[in-house]
Structures are given as structure tokens and as C-alpha cells.
Design a binder for this molecule. Structure first.
Ligand SMILES: Cc1cc2nc3c(=O)[nH]c(=O)nc-3n(C[C@H](O)[C@H](O)[C@H](O)COP(=O)(O)OP(=O)(O)OC[C@H]3O[C@@H](n4cnc5c(N)ncnc54)[C@H](O)[C@@H]3O)c2cc1C
Length: 490
């Protein structure tokens, strides 16, 4: 906020934030910091239904291992997470991936085949490694090369990621590269996943360069010219790798944020079940009958929870929110002694195309990808299950899920050793699906919610699922809430 309004009423404005994941925490922190600067006395109440803050961010420390139950890193390119870490004094704790070990494998006929060097996201940018790779057949490679000649699409409307990749690079590239790699970022089915909401950059490259490969090559050249591409860390000391984490895990961000929230009331174990408009604002109620009065309410919960909460305010808004679909996933982390595993572990892990019909969709070699995830003689691996069409696995009992992961590691990596321990993290209805038309859907939701001044929606359902996007959305919701409060006061 730029100009500080002149405040005559000194009673603090009350903001209730529902949901204590990273979005709600970031909203609370932004509210605290910005209200101070803008001289608007504000007190927030953060209500979280579970017994801890952080939502999908969950780090556990067991026997010298640092285990991430949910996200294990975030993309550096989007600045909001790094900026928040820095403002909380965590700048020195940021770590990058071990890029000298950076390699991704793709399961092909039950074997791990390296993704050719130079593939950026899904686009080959180096000829020799691509030509000599056994991942894609010769007809598949030639089809990918047609990208140089296929005219750009004239229509500007949305399409599925599957349709786009098939159109530009062909079916084999979709099956063996795009689907497994991209669904690791957005747990999604490429045939229904919105291109414009999840990978708008691909459409932009096509529009600007008439070819995805030509566009990616131009971008690579320009990045190289600007950065020299050799710096181990950027000018402000932030690791230069594409993905960033914190030395003791992302849970550190949650813990430090929580500690920094000194100007509000934080509750866990409070499940919000109602939201009503009152004469002076809103009343937020919990399942146990407690209520909170508020001048503004920030809903930082999954869209289907917000749908229930707004149902008495606006049935149409509620049904728009319910239209955002979610899927369930689970991660299974296994800890080993390093010398019990013979595999060379020469990369960050592997992804599995759907066509391979395996239960595990990806495996990250966590303690290779990042330092400080395992003791010196330890090894930490984590398997992913679930997602569209494979959700039934998530409801297996923990021992069965551990068996699924162990069978996978035995078949794919020859690991038959007994793990030191295993941890299962289940994420029910956790991943929002950005279906084709998502941008329009969100715009309609935003237009509709504007009819309810004082109510703000944010979180992974709307404008990006990654941690930086969630933080940014929480900050924007806080800013909008403060703006509405300052208008009330003016
Ligand atoms: C397995 C997995 C791996 C991921 N990996 C990555 C990654 O590597 N990098 C990345 O950037 N992103 C990753 N993501 C995505 C990212 O973690 C999430 O999008 C992000 O953390 C969501 O934050 P949020 O605060 O919007 O939602 P949440 O974390 O879901 O927080 C919402 C909170 O609201 C609470 N709540 C729900 N209902 C109520 C209620 N009625 N009353 C009060 N509180 C309520 C919930 O308990 C929860 O704590 C991953 C997600 C998963 C599931």
C-alpha cells in the first residue's frame, strides 16, 4: 500500500483468516507488516482446523533424516517465497539442488532411461544428446522435429496440455516426456489440464517464435547472454538452481512465520463451519460453537471448503467454487543406510509414464537432490502415488503403501535392503486440478466474490499451486483486505 490513510477510529480492524497453510500464514504476516506501515490498527485471527500450521508443508526430522511429507522445494523464478524467507531472516538457510548430480530418468519398459541432456521442461535444446538418446524412437524424434515447420495455432483460446504437446511435438513426446514430467509439477491428467493456466509460457513461445523448440533455443541463448550461466549463486546470495529449499526443510519457513506473527491470535484445532454477514461485518463460527466477529474474512482453504462456507452468502459462488476438482496423492519416504543400496544414484530420481501402468508415478532421490536430507551414511528416497485415475492407491493402509514403494524400488532400482524406517503422508483431496478453462473459471469467481466486499479468496485453487504463488496470493488478499478496511475508515 502506498499512501497511509488518516485514521480517526483507533479500534483495531478485525480480520479473520481461515486456513493456516502457507497461504493463510503469508496473508497473516502481510497483514501484520502492511497494517503497521499503513497505520491501520489491525488484529488478525488465524483459524486452522488441524493440530498444526503449514497445511501441505510438513517436515519431520527422524534420526538425522529430514523428511518432507509434501512439497520439498519451490521454483526460484517466482520471487515471493525467496523474498519472504529473506524478510524473515532465513536468507542464509536457502539451499539449491546439487546440480552437478542433476539428471532425471524416465521409466521405459521397466528400465530407467536418462532424459537426454538439454531437455528444458519438455523441449529438446541440444541436438547430439537428443539424437543419441534411446528414450524416443526415430519416428518419434522426427515427429518432434516437425515442430520447426508446423504453423502456429491461430485460435487464442485455451486447450489441454495433452492437445498442445501432441500438436507440436507428437504423441510419443507427450507419452514419454511431457506427461510424466509435467504431471510431477501439476498432479494432473494432461488431457484435461489447462495449458493457459499451467504452462502459458509454451503458448507464448509458439506465438512469438512459431515453434516451441526455436523459442526455447532463443530463450536459452538470451539467458546465457545475460547470466553467463555459470554463477553458483545469484548476486544476492540466493542459490542459482532452478529449485530452492531450506537447509532444515520447508517446515522451517512455517515455524519462523508462526513465530513472527505477534499481532494476532493463532488457533489450531478450530474447524470453521459457518460464515454469516452481520450488521457490522461478518461472524465466523466453528464446529464447536465458538464465534469470531470480523470486518474482513480471508478464506485460505481449499475451494470445496470455501464453497461450503459461502453457501449461505451466495449459492452461485458456492457452486462455482465446487466446480474446481481435487485429487488425492500420497508420498512414501524410505530411509536406508547408503551402503545397503548398490544403485549408483546418478541423478535426482525418475518419473514414470502412465503407459507403463505402474503404481508409483515418480521417485525422488531426496538426499542426492539436496544436501542435509540424510546423515553422512544415509540415503533418503521418496515415492509418489495417486493422482488422476490412480487415487484408489491413496486409501491403502500404511504397511501396504510401504510395500508398494519397496516393491517398486526393488524392481526399478534393485533395492532389496530393509529400510531403516518408512514414513507415509496421505494428502486427501489435496491437489486442485486446473482444467481447461480454469482462467475463465477463476475470473468468474473473482467477479462474483467482488459482490461480497470484505470476503477474499486465496490459495492453491486459483492462481497457481506452487508455494511462491500461494504466498503471493496470501499477500494480495491481505493487501486487498487492508484496502477495503482503509476505505471503510476514510
Ligand atoms: C504431495 C505434495 C507435493 C507438493 N510438492 C510441491 C513442491 O515441491 N513445490 C511446490 O511449490 N508446491 C508443491 N505442492 C503444492 C503446495 O504444497 C500447495 O499448493 C500449497 O502448500 C498449498 O498451500 P495452501 O495454504 O493454499 O493450502 P493448504 O496447505 O491446503 O492449507 C489449507 C489449510 O486450511 C486448513 N483447513 C481446511 N479446512 C478448514 C476449516 N474448515 N477451518 C479451518 N481450517 C481449515 C487445512 O487444514 C490446511 O492447513 C505439493 C503438494 C502436495 C500435496
Amino acid at each position: 500500500m502506498n499512501a497511509a490513510p488518516i485514521v480517526t477510529d483507533h479500534s483495531p480492524r478485525r480480520v479473520v483468516i481461515v486456513g493456516g497453510g502457507i497461504t493463510g500464514l503469508a496473508a497473516a504476516y502481510a497483514l501484520q507488516e502492511q497494517s503497521r506501515k499503513a497505520n491501520i490498527p489491525t488484529r488478525f485471527t488465524l483459524l486452522e482446523s488441524s493440530d498444526r500450521f503449514g497445511g501441505k508443508i510438513l517436515t519431520e526430522h527422524v534420526g538425522g533424516f529430514t523428511i518432507e511429507g509434501g512439497p520439498d522445494c519451490y521454483i526460484r523464478q517466482k520471487p515471493w517465497a525467496t523474498e519472504l524467507c529473506q524478510s524473515l531472516g532465513l536468507g542464509g538457510e536457502l539451499i539449491g539442488t546439487n546440480d552437478e548430480r542433476r539428471k532425471t530418468f524416465v521409466v521405459q519398459k521397466q528400465r530407467l532411461t536418462p532424459l537426454p541432456d538439454g531437455v528444458m521442461l519438455i523441449v529438446p535444446t541440444r541436438i547430439t544428446p537428443f539424437i543419441t538418446s534411446s528414450l524416443i524412437s526415430w519416428p518419434g524424434k522426427l515427429r518432434m522435429g516437425l515442430d520447426f515447420f508446423i504453423p502456429r495455432r491461430e485460435e487464442k483460446d485455451d486447450e489441454s496440455v495433452g492437445a498442445f504437446v501432441r500438436r507440436r511435438l507428437g504423441g510419443e513426446a507427450l507419452d514419454k516426456i511431457a506427461e510424466p514430467l509435467l504431471s510431477g509439477i501439476h498432479v494432473s491428467d494432461p488431457e484435461s489440464q489447462s495449458l493457459l493456466a499451467t504452462f502459458p509460457r509454451f503458448r507464448a513461445l509458439e506465438e512469438q517464435h512459431g515453434s516451441l523448440i526455436r523459442g526455447m533455443l532463443a530463450q536459452k541463448r538470451s539467458n546465457h547472454n545475460h547470466s553467463g550461466n555459470t554463477a553458483p549463486s545469484s548476486s544476492n546470495g540466493t542459490p542459482a538452481s532452478m529449485f530452492i529449499s531450506l537447509r532444515s526443510g520447508l517446515g522451517e519457513l512455517v515455524a519462523v512465520l508462526q513465530e513472527a506473527l505477534t499481532e494476532g491470535d493463532l488457533y489450531t484445532g478450530v474447524k470453521v463451519s459457518s460464515l454469516e454477514r452481520t450488521q457490522n461485518g461478518f461472524r465466523v463460527g466453528s464446529t464447536t460453537g465458538e464465534t469470531w466477529e470480523a470486518d474482513a474474512v480471508i478464506l485460505a482453504v481449499p475451494a470445496y471448503i470455501s464453497a461450503d462456507l459461502v453457501s449461505h452468502l451466495d449459492a452461485e459462488l458456492s457452486s462455482m467454487l465446487s466446480a474446481i476438482r481435487y485429487v488425492s496423492t500420497a508420498t512414501i519416504s524410505l530411509a536406508y543406510t547408503r551402503n545397503s543400496v548398490k544403485h549408483p544414484l546418478n541423478g535426482f530420481g525418475y518419473v514414470t509414464p502412465r503407459s507403463e501402468q505402474r503404481q508409483v508415478s515418480a521417485c525422488t532421490w531426496s538426499s542426492i537432490k539436496f544436501d542435509s536430507r540424510a546423515p553422512q551414511d544415509g540415503l533418503l528416497l521418496r515415492c509418489f502415488v495417486g493422482g488422476p485415475g490412480r487415487e484408489e492407491l491413496v486409501s491403502l493402509e500404511n504397511p501396504e503403501l510401504v510395500n508398494v514403494a519397496r516393491r517398486e524400488l526393488a524392481e526399478m532400482m534393485g533395492i532389496n535392503a530393509q529400510p531403516l524406517f518408512a514414513r507415509v503422508y496421505r494428502w486427501n483431496k489435496a491437489n486442485p486440478l486446473y482444467d481447461v478453462g480454469h482462467l475463465e473459471r477463476v475470473e468468474q469467481i473473482r467477479n462474483r466474490v467482488a459482490n461480497h466486499p470484505g470476503v477474499f479468496l486465496c490459495g492453491s485453487a486459483y492462481d497457481g499451486v506452487g508455494i511462491p504463488d500461494c504466498i503471493h496470493q496470501g499477500q494480495q488478499a491481505a493487501e486487498q483486505a487492508l484496502k477495503s478496511l482503509s476505505l471503510e475508515l476514510a
